[in-house]
Structures are given as C-alpha cells and as structure tokens.
Design a protein around this ligand. Structure first.
Ligand code: TYM
Length: 334
C-alpha cells in the first residue's frame, strides 16, 4: 500500500452478497474505502452476478444485496459523494465481460488461485460452472468500465487485479488506448485476516461460524468466538515473534483499538491469553457498536435503500455506457 493517501483518482471496489460480512471484509477492504472516498471519486458495487457463480439460494439474494448496501452505508460510505450500486442493474458489466473474454488469456485464467480453491469446495452434483472460471473477466469489466485507477481490496484479490491490468494492456495494444490501467491498494497488516480456528486459512464467510466474527455478531457471540480462538503454544505477545494465531489476533486488536504496536506489547507483557482475549473482545465489541446501531436503523427501511441503489445506478450508468460504446467502436462492432 502506498504511504500517503491518493487523491483525485477513481476508486472502484465490490463485495459479493453471498453471506454474512465479517471483520476480514471490513479490515481488508471497507475500512480503506472510507478513507479513500474523501479525496477521490469512488464507486462501490454489490457484485450480485459474481455471487451466482456458485450454488446459491435465489429466494434470499435480494435481502443479501440490501444487507451489503446497508453495510456499506453503516460503515461510513457517504452516499452523497460516492456511488453505491448493484452490478446486475448495469448490463454494460456483462456485455464488456464478453468482449474482454475474446482477449483474456486462457492460460493465465487457469492459474487463478481463487478459481482453484473455490472449485474444490463445490460438490460433484452441482459441478463447477463456466461462470466460476470466467469470474475474473467479469471483475475486470467491473473495474475497467469506470476508468478506475485504484482498487482497494484484501490480499486474496491481488491476482485478479493483476489480470485485469494485463487484460487492459492487451486490449490497448490491440485496439488503441481505451482503458486506464488499474492498481490494487492493499493494506499492510490487515490484508489477510486469518480464520480464528485455523490461522493457516484466511477468514472466510464460507467456513464454520466459529472461524469468523460477523459484523453483526452480538457482544455475547463475539466474546464466545474470541475465547475459543486458537492460540500458539507459547504465550508471547509480539508483532514480530508471536506465532501465526496470536499475530493474527494482535493485528485485529491493533486495528480495532487503534493503539501503537509498542503500546500493545507493553500493555500485554505480563498478561495471560485469557486477559488478552477479554481486551480483544471488548475492543471489537466497542469498535462495531456504532456500525451495528446504524446498520439496524438503515436496514429497517427497504424502500429508502432501494431508492439509494436506484440513484447509484443512474450515476454509474453514464460512465459505464460511454466506456462500452468506445470499446465497441474500436472493436469494429456496428
Ligand atoms: P469478496 O466478496 O470475497 O470479499 C470482499 C472484500 O473483502 C476482502 N477480504 C478480506 N480481506 C482481508 N482478510 C480476509 N480474510 C478477507 N476476506 C475477504 C476481499 O479481498 C475483498 O476486497 N472478487 C471480489 C469481488 C469483486 C471485486 C470487483 C472487487 C468483484 N468485482 C471489482 C474489486 C473490484 C470478491 O470476491 O470479494
């Protein structure tokens, strides 16, 4: 991540409405969005067409989309300034994805680690879809439609953004300079928040509930999950020397308590795991308190949320359609 905050750039990012959002999504992505939106032009998308690339329940999808919209706003996205919208409301996303798939390199696509890991989790009866394979091309279209400079995401999306940049470069070389080349913007310490039950795996909404803290977990549940989080054999509290499980908890503590590393190490020097976990749970609970109150408030009003998403669609559509128009023109489509 660059040292100083960028300004006067276009920012684009998105989250799938595919389950409870957790503190990994917040610390890895949304927290940076809030900082970046101030001096930049930002688009925050709810990528529902990515969520349907794996088996899902159509009856709950609309509610999940509204949950993500409410999460963005409750976490601090300023809807007067930034644009919040739903991917499937703008057909330019899928149309551009098809056009880009004509130059997307199959070899590089086959090396995408998210495709490899996600396809392993799908039951044979459901079979792996073509859409799961071409998922990164749709993501490329999302990013390139808005002339995006910066894509704030967690570490797991880095490979996809490198591919998007590569596809943009190939396109510009073949058809002329149409696309801005995007860069990822990844936080240093919270780029990869790990599972509470297995510090070798990233925290993920598709794993068991005990392994992640959902942004809407109650104080009681947060205390329970933190108290059962795995630790390392030696009780050392050091950002450099602790084992992977404790380092992960320390990073979460630092992000929520907003304390310096040295201050945390001194504070914890003589403490037990139990005492550390009590402080950690308390800092997460208080860090999520305002968010949870706002979320409940915003989520009560479906009509207002749908109105916000409609307005977002109108604001995003003009830019998206004009990029698509240029692409079709240079590609010789009449
Ligand atoms: P998704 O929905 O899986 O995750 C949303 C964001 O949360 C970050 N993240 C994490 N960060 C740190 N630690 C974790 N354990 C963790 N888990 C998730 C992700 O890196 C991401 O930033 N393909 C994307 C969605 C997408 C997108 C886009 C993103 C579609 N089009 C265009 C940016 C730009 C995804 O699956 O994110």
């Amino acid at each position: 991540m660059s040292q100083s905050l960028p300004s006067n750039k276009t920012i684009f990012s998105g989250i799938q409405p595919s389950g409870a959002l957790h503190i990994g999504n917040y610390l890895g992505a949304i927290k940076q969005w809030i900082e970046l939106q101030q001096d930049n032009n930002a688009y925050f998308c709810i990528v529902d067409q990515h969520a349907i690339t794996v088996p899902y329940d159509p009856s709950t999808l609309p509610d999940r989309v509204l949950d993500v919209a409410a999460t963005y706003i409750a976490a601090g996205v300023d809807i007067q300034k930034s644009v919040i919208f739903v991917q499937s409301h703008i057909s330019a996303h899928t149309e551009l994805a098809w056009l880009l798939s004509t130059i997307a390199p199959y070899g590089a696509m086959s090396r995408m680690t998210q495709f490899k890991s996600k396809s392993k989790t799908i039951d044979a009866k459901d079979s792996v879809s073509l859409a799961l394979f071409s998922y990164p091309v749709l993501m490329t279209a999302d990013i390139l439609l808005y002339n995006t400079n910066i894509v704030p995401v967690g570490e797991d999306q880095k490979q996809h953004i490198e591919l998007a940049r590569d596809i943009a470069q190939r396109f510009n070389t073949t058809y002329g300079d149409v696309f801005t080349l995007p860069e990822s913007y990844i936080p240093e310490q919270t780029a990869r928040i790990m599972s509470l039950t297995d510090p070798k795996k990233k925290m993920s909404k598709s794993d068991a509930e005990k392994s992640y803290i959902a942004l809407n977990d109650s104080p009681e549940i947060i205390r329970q999950k933190i108290s059962s989080a795995v630790t390392d054999t030696e009780a050392i509290f050091s950002f450099k020397k602790s084992g992977p499980a404790v380092k992960n908890l320390l990073n979460i503590y630092k992000a929520f308590s907003k304390k310096e590393e040295q201050v945390i190490e001194q504070e914890l020097a003589e403490k037990s795991y139990k005492e550390f976990k009590d402080s950690l749970a308390a800092s997460i609970i208080s860090g999520l308190h305002n968010f949870q109150q706002k979320f409940d408030e915003i989520r009560k009003d479906d009509v207002e949320l749908r109105f916000t998403l409609g307005r977002g669609m109108h604001r995003a559509q003009g830019v998206a359609n004009s990029t698509l128009h240029r692409v079709k023109e240079v590609m010789g489509l009449m």
